[in-house]
Design a protein around this ligand. Structure first.
Ligand code: PLP
Length: 460
């Protein structure tokens, strides 16, 4: 791919579109990813084997258009967005606003009416973890007994409760524990069924009039189960009304690369995403939210950029969303995030889903290997993403991971920042294989024969 010099900061050569003719072909897609590009692909392991990348749930590989976009910003368009009045700062600021609109479009239903779309915004953060910290800290500050906070929905005390699930990533548990410690609010967990699904029956006893927050993942990074968010929010709607409805937060890190988020029809107030999981760069993510939900949300991080007027002892803030974006923007990363969203949108979730579902049914064949147990293996293909975390009895996941690495196969081992799920399934850690749009049946075959080979090597 060549990089054109550009005058509006967001246009790199989109010639990669030319390979895409409406039918996704993973082999064509692979050539868009330098780490996989036939002929120059990355090699790892003792025999310098071609990379079999099965760790997209940790971080996805980057297509050329994303890399080119970052390079373009640094090569031709560097400017501090929103600071000053020269051409480069103006262009960078405008490009960020285009990226913001793109992200909102990406996160809502494709047929959403303009008036509905207008109700949403995105606040750029350094990632999903930072987004969840920002939201939880809003509750912490909102709980201070000040005049400003009297009517805020972001208030917790020792009578309140916060609902999470045991399927959550630590990023959606630990910040709430910190808040709970200080405010006294109780954390309540939705448990998992053996299938890996959330036990929604429990909502009847967990949700009450003191529930102020429900923060839940759209899909688990361990079981791959896509949670029934609509049923959960419908339950809240039945139970509560108007301003007493708890604030609902969706951790969409795992779902965003694979299925449409359609936040406008999920009944959520906020959602968090990380660009690096969606084929974008690291160091950037966002809190997407309904503008109304932000109305009485305290500013928890402050500094330059987000202010209107600073006096000796007081400051007035800019309007949403900038008021929650202190400091300089990660401009190159935000623009590359937008390029990644373009890349995914151009292929489209219909093709992505078809491809990944086919591969997932093959991936699930690991369950046929004796001594393998998948964590949460009872969910229909329609309701799960392309990832499996499993234990191989008698082999520590780190040993299996090292063995597969020598064969050129990159999988994740450990607890994947989700110790509660592992404890639920009676293990401390597991091996996880996760798919992206570039994977092929050859990759899954390599994994299956790699596990068989590991079994022989370790004598299990
Ligand atoms: C479900 C889920 N939530 C949150 C995160 C945290 O994302 P980040 O580390 O990019 O902030 C991850 C990352 O693995 C995740 O899988």
């Amino acid at each position: 791919m060549s990089i054109t010099s550009c005058t509006n900061c967001a246009s790199v050569d989109n010639s990669w579109y030319s390979w895409y003719n409406g039918v996704m072909n993973a082999l064509d897609v692979r050539s868009e990813f330098p780490m996989l590009e036939p002929g120059s692909e990355r090699r790892i392991g003792t025999d310098d084997a071609k990379l079999v990348y099965l760790d997209s749930a940790a971080t996805a590989l980057k297509p050329k258009c994303v890399i080119a976009q970052e390079l373009d910003f640094y090569s031709h368009n560097t400017g501090s967005a929103g600071r000053g009045a020269h051409t480069l700062t103006n262009e960078a600021g405008e490009a960020i606003e285009r990226a913001r609109r793109k992200l909102v479009d990406f996160a809502l239903s494709s047929d959403v009416a303009d008036v509905e779309k207008e109700k949403w915004t995105a606040v750029f953060t350094s990632g999903a973890t930072m987004g969840l910290n920002m939201l939880s800290l809003m509750f912490l500050l909102g709980s201070l007994n000040s005049d400003e906070n009297k009517t805020s929905r972001f208030q917790l005390d020792d009578k309140c409760n916060i609902i999470l699930s045991r399927a959550e990533h630590h990023s959606n548990i630990v910040p709430w524990q910190q808040v709970s410690k200080i405010t006294g609010a109780q954390i309540r967990y939705l448990d998992l069924l053996n299938s890996g699904e959330l036990d929604l029956e429990q909502l009847n006893k967990l949700v009450d009039e003191n529930t102020k927050v429900l923060s839940i993942s759209h899909a688990s990074n361990v079981t791959g189960v896509v949670h029934e968010v609509d049923k959960i929010t419908a339950h809240l709607d039945k139970f509560t009304a108007g301003s007493s409805r708890p604030i609902v937060i969706l951790d969409a890190c795992q779902s965003a690369p694979h299925i449409p988020l359609e936040l406008d029809i999920r009944g959520v107030d906020f959602a968090v995403v990380s660009a690096h999981k969606v084929y974008g760069p690291s160091g950037v993510g966002a809190v997407l939210g309904q503008k109304d939900a932000f109305l009485d949300a305290p500013v928890v991080m402050s500094g330059g950029g987000m202010v209107e007027q600073v006096d000796d002892f007081t400051t007035t803030f800019q309007a949403l969303p900038n008021k929650y974006e202190p400091g300089s923007f990660a401009t190159a990363q935000i623009l590359a995030f937008a390029a990644a969203l373009d890349f995914v949108s151009k292929i489209g979730f219909a093709d992505i889903r078809t491809h990944e579902k086919n591969l997932t049914s093959k991936l699930l064949e690991v369950r046929n290997i004796s001594s393998v147990r998948i964590l949460g293996d009872g969910v229909l293909l329609d309701n799960r993403l392309g990832l499996v975390a499993f234990e191989l009895a008698g082999v520590h996941p780190h040993d299996l991971g090292n063995y597969l690495d020598e064969l050129g196969i990159a999988v994740r081992v450990g607890h994947h920042c989700a110790q509660l799920v592992h404890r639920r399934f009676g293990v401390q850690s597991s091996t996880r294989a996760s798919l992206g749009i570039y994977n092929t049946t050859d990759d899954v075959d390599a994994l299956i024969s790699g596990i068989e080979s590991a079994k022989r090597f370790f004598g299990v």
